[in-house]
Design a protein around this ligand. Structure first.
Ligand SMILES: [Zn+2]
Ligand SMILES: [Zn+2]
Length: 454
């Protein structure tokens, strides 16, 4: 959910009496179960409460029927939620709550047209919310709502009140001293997708594993070449010819045997690969291709999936001497401009990258498509510096130590020893703009409303 919706829940949970509402959410089925993308929150009207006290409430159907109609219009599921007031209250459904669920389950499904019914109880803690919840599908499969992800200026992950968290590993003692056990637990549960396993991507992966991230999805179509070994963390000359995802995956498991890696030897421009990233909690864009960045931009909007996109540009003069060292880390979250709005993607090159090699050659000769560049210069120190800036961006948003509002882009001009930051608003009319209605839209046909070749 967005930080605006989370702030509203937080405010309601701190009222002295129970408060109920309906959250409209898109449902995305992923390998690890359904994922709900919260889009709109509708509170029950004051006059629909038949009783509203600190320890209970009852509501007339007029309190939620309009929300169910709205859910049907938006093709969303409706999440029935209510608060248990008082700091330290248990966000656990009472017997009465269970009775209400069994009354509402059919009404909600029937009126929304969604096979899902979701129910949630929230309670305030001293500094945030605690919650429990359940998702029922029409075949009566039930999932516990195990996590709330808040996506925006800050990134937060809250685990369910009933979820047992792993005890911390001695390995992370120094990290815990820096940012506490709760943050370590968050990193422990985070699934991170890394798109591109070259110099930047392998360095991102290396740092995340040492920070305590244990679930990775690695995406890269290429094999390790001798000239990659100068930058690719975990690689050796003996591995030349092996897929990069295997080299990086094996290295992460060497660092910490409890790391689990999904290795996708593929491009993010392949639809099934892009789809399989929907169960990640954050994506790092470490690819140089423009077409891949277009997919990342859409994933960030449609799936409310935060993307931290990295770029490194080395320019050399005619004598192969470095003339400019430019790094960029752009964070894509709802409310901030995407890579297209920022002009960070070369659209002609993106189109050209999606052609078959033969077709591209023919069109380039005819002058219709830009010839794709040859081998770009790359140096481990510069790719590592940009990867570190990207990891610092994640930590900063999870921990929240930086300025607010946060910059959504960091530019490193290393040759001038200069760092600058900026924020950019979405362009009116573009899909990343709230008014386009695409934020959290979820699964569409075609996927991400773009064309796919495979
Ligand atoms: Zn209750
Ligand atoms: Zn945009």
């Amino acid at each position: 959910m967005s930080d605006a919706i989370f702030a509203e829940l937080n405010r309601a949970a701190r009222l002295p009496v129970e408060t109920a509402g309906v959250l409209l959410a898109s449902v995305v089925s992923t390998k690890s179960g359904p994922r709900l993308l919260g889009r709109r929150l509708l509170w029950v009207n004051e006059d629909a409460y038949a009783r509203r006290e600190a320890d209970g409430l009852s509501i007339r159907s007029s309190g939620y029927v309009h929300a169910l109609g709205e859910a049907a219009n938006m093709q969303a599921a409706a999440v029935w939620l209510h608060t248990h007031p008082g700091v330290g209250s248990r966000p656990v459904p009472s017997r009465h709550d269970h009775d209400v669920d069994s009354e509402l389950i059919d009404v909600f499904r029937l009126r929304t047209g969604s096979p899902y019914y979701v129910s949630m109880v929230i309670a305030p803690t001293s500094d945030t919310l605690s919650f429990t919840g359940s998702i029922w599908s029409s075949d009566d499969t039930r999932w516990a709502l195990d996590r709330i992800q808040v996506v925006g200026d800050r990134l937060q992950a809250l685990s369910s009140f009933e979820r047992h968290q792993r005890s911390e590993h001695a390995m992370f003692d120094r990290n815990i001293r820096a940012f506490g056990p709760a943050m370590q637990a968050t990193l422990d549960e985070l699934r991170v997708g890394i798109i591109g396993c070259g110099g930047t991507g392998s360095s991102v992966a290396e740092q995340l594993a040492r920070l305590g991230v244990r679930q990775f999805t690695l995406v890269d179509p290429d094999e390790l070449t001798a000239s990659n070994v100068t930058r690719l963390y975990g690689s050796t000359l003996a591995q030349v010819g092996a897929p990069k995802v295997e080299v990086v995956g094996a290295h992460l498991r060497d660092i910490n045997p409890s790391v689990q890696v999904d290795q996708l030897r593929s491009s993010i421009c392949v639809q099934s690969t892009a789809e399989s990233l929907t169960d990640c909690d954050v994506l790092f864009g470490c690819t140089d291709d423009n077409a891949g960045r277009l997919v990342l931009s859409r994933l960030a909007t449609y799936m409310m999936l935060p993307v931290i996109d990295c770029g490194v540009l080395l320019s050399a003069d005619a004598h192969s001497r470095v003339a400019g060292i430019d790094g960029r880390v752009t964070t894509l979250v709802p409310g901030q401009a995407c890579l297209v709005c920022r002009g960070r993607i070369n659209l002609r090159r993106a189109a050209s990258e999606l052609l078959t090699p033969d077709e591209r050659k023919r069109r380039a000769e005819e002058g219709y498509a830009p010839a794709l560049g040859g081998v770009e210069p790359a140096v481990v120190s510069f790719t590592t510096a940009v990867a570190a800036a990207a990891i610092c961006e994640l930590l900063e948003r999870l921990i929240g130590y930086g300025p607010s509002p946060r910059p959504s882009e960091v530019l490193l001009r290393m040759h001038e020893r200069e760092i600058s930051t900026n924020r950019a608003e979405p362009r009116i009319g573009h899909y990343c703009h709230e008014a386009a209605g695409k934020v959290g839209l979820g699964i569409t046909t075609p996927f991400l409303e773009q064309t796919w070749s495979q």
